[in-house]
Design a protein around this ligand. Structure first.
Ligand code: NDP
Ligand code: PYC
Length: 338
């Protein structure tokens, strides 16, 4: 097998940022989007790493994302804050509103960020990890496209609807989980298709509703929810809270609006931030210390915490560089010549 090419995090970030600014994305947005893509690659989350560059450039070329969008914050001083992404990527909108979300959660104990009208392609751990670093617990969710059949059904109706949670830990990386409510993210199936590999059984059914391990048939059929009816219910909750409740598209509407899955979905997103110390204030107990007892006990059983693999991959990439294949490097070169 060919030796991987090593590139530093900083060098990859600079290259990806330049690719975005060259095609007209405003510098602050280019920085925010490049940061999440390169962080995905650094943490070896390949389904939302540099592979996503192609989709971002495609939606930019199609004129279906606003490269000059300036997120607009609507803040009435209450615990619900809105940021209108103005048809731009979701990440700049989140970072634009992060400070006020944190301040409001510290003041009221709980605050919600409503992100409106955004193009969403990224993993959600970025949001909850950032908030946990500010000492807050956080939940993040959004719809996507109707790729997934509800448990007991065969037709795509629900999105892959990711759901993420973060919890602060003293002197350690936060506790973070982040998963699609489908068995696997759509990006994973696409990566299997590109590599010419079958997908595991149980991920999807074909267009006739029969189980399939062929990624092509899966992409043309329906993905399945994780945990059967349980994942289906959580996915439905994401549609209701981050779609219907916000007055933004649910996954079926997002798909109808864009007219196909070639371009990234446009919808809203919901981020909740909670200050554990405000909630526990009258108990006299330290919620972070109490939480640590549980997290330590999980580790003591030899079980790994979610994100441990990701944080280990990050440490390795920061020390040794990020490994890219010849094909990935060639693609970066090609995008730089656009
Ligand atoms: P995975 O199944 O790869 O991982 C889900 C979570 O479980 C991670 O936090 C992972 O931590 C953890 N985990 C995995 N294995 C174990 C284990 N053995 N023990 C403990 N924890 C474990 O994620 P998905 O494929 O479901 O989703 C991938 C990404 O896709 C997510 O980041 C999600 O946000 C994104 N996504 C985005 C969408 C969008 O619309 N923007 C739509 C759908 C998905 P670790 O990383 O350390 O392995
Ligand atoms: O991997 O399922 C996915 C996905 C959908 C939108 C962004 N990522």
């Amino acid at each position: 097998m060919a030796e991987p090419n090593m590139i530093s995090y900083e060098a990859l970030l600079a290259r990806v940022e330049t690719i975005f600014t060259t095609v007209g994305v405003l510098p602050a947005a280019a920085k925010a989007v490049a940061k999440v893509i390169v962080a995905g690659e650094r943490d070896h989350c390949k389904s939302h790493g540099i592979y996503r560059l192609e989709g971002c450039l495609r939606v930019l070329a199609a004129g279906k994302v606003n490269p000059e969008a300036l997120p607009e914050i609507h803040d009435a001083g209450a615990s619900v804050i809105e940021v209108d992404a103005k048809g731009g990527f979701s990440n700049p909108a989140f970072y634009a509103a992060r400070e006020v979300l944190v301040a409001r959660a510290r003041k009221h104990g709980i605050a919600a960020l409503v992100i409106r009208d955004c193009l969403h392609f990224s993993a959600l751990w970025h949001d909850v990890e950032a908030l946990a670093e500010d000492g807050l617990a956080a939940l993040s969710m959004c719809p996507s496209y109707a790729f997934v059949a509800p448990a007991g059904g065969k037709e795509p109706l629900l999105g892959t609807n990711p759901f993420a949670f973060g919890w602060p830990r003293p002197g350690a990386f936060p506790y973070v989980f982040d998963f699609a409510t489908s068995v696997a993210a759509r990006g994973e199936i696409e990566l299997h298709r590109r590599a010419g590999k079958p997908i595991p059984e149980g991920w999807a059914v074909d267009a006739d509703g029969h189980p399939t391990t062929d990624p092509e048939a899966a992409l043309g059929g329906a993905m399945l929810t994780f945990g059967g009816h349980k994942g289906s219910a959580i996915s439905t909750m994401v549609e209701l809270l981050a779609g219907a409740m916000l007055g933004e598209f649910m996954s079926k509407e997002a798909l109808d609006f864009m007219g196909g899955t070639d371009l990234l979905p446009r919808h809203g997103a919901l981020v909740l931030a909670l200050d554990p110390r405000v909630f526990a204030a009258r108990s006299g107990r330290d919620p972070i210390a109490e939480g640590e007892k549980l997290l330590t006990a999980i580790g003591a059983q030899g079980a790994r915490l979610p994100s441990e693999r990701r944080f280990a991959a990050r440490a390795k990439a920061m020390a040794e560089g990020i490994a890219l294949s010849e094909a990935e490097l060639a693609q970066l070169d090609r995008f730089e010549r656009l």
